[in-house]
Design a binder for this molecule. Structure first.
Ligand code: ADP
Length: 169
């Protein structure tokens, strides 16, 4: 907020109505759940300061996995990818915030964990593309589409984190 609009910081509900607030769909993949990395992964987004608006443990169906990854249909790894994503429960999350999509991609690291920077989730916690522990939407448009695909309306919660004035000026 600009200096002539300082009271804004004490009205966090207005922040959510700003157009620049994006949402992203983050998912701990079955390997991340099986390896006990759910807490570690959620914690990285929490510490960054983004707002969690949806969270559930979920067994993904083949149909949903194919819809989610429809842009990759035809790739040689597609059947293996669908098998991987449906091989056990995933943890579905919706996160909201200014610049959350691009920032989450940075926190996650590049697709190949061997090339992902140390400090990123994939760089620190994984080895292979086909077992890279986490998904994150690649654009604000994908974020909207994927949150709507994985969550039903009543599953998302609008709330005002008390820490907003300490995170956003
Ligand atoms: P990202 O998840 O980093 O956005 P993509 O959208 O390109 O990457 O691919 C989706 C997922 O498909 C990846 O996270 C990874 O699990 C899997 N994948 C991508 N490329 C390969 C590959 N060459 N071999 C095996 N799995 C792959």
């Amino acid at each position: 907020a600009s200096s002539d609009n300082e009271s804004f910081i004490f009205l966090p509900h207005l922040v959510a109505s700003l157009e620049r607030v994006d949402q992203t769909y983050i998912m701990v993949k079955p390997d991340g759940v099986q390896r006990g990395l759910v807490g570690e992964i959620i914690s990285r987004f929490e510490k960054k300061g983004f707002k969690l608006t949806g969270l559930k443990l979920f067994q993904c169906t083949k149909e949903l996995a194919e819809e989610h990854y429809k842009d990759l249909k035809g790739k040689s790894f597609f059947p293996g990818l669908i098998e991987y994503i449906t091989s056990g429960p995933v943890v579905c999350m919706a996160w909201e915030g200014v610049g959350v999509v691009a920032s989450a991609r940075k926190l996650i690291g590049v697709t190949n964990p061997l090339e992902a920077e140390p400090g990123t989730i994939r760089g620190d916690l994984a080895i292979q593309k086909g077992r890279n522990v986490i998904h994150g939407s690649d654009s604000p448009e994908s974020g909207k589409r994927e949150v709507a695909l994985w969550f039903k309306e009543g599953e998302l919660v609008e709330w005002e984190p008390a820490l907003v004035p300490w995170l956003i000026e």
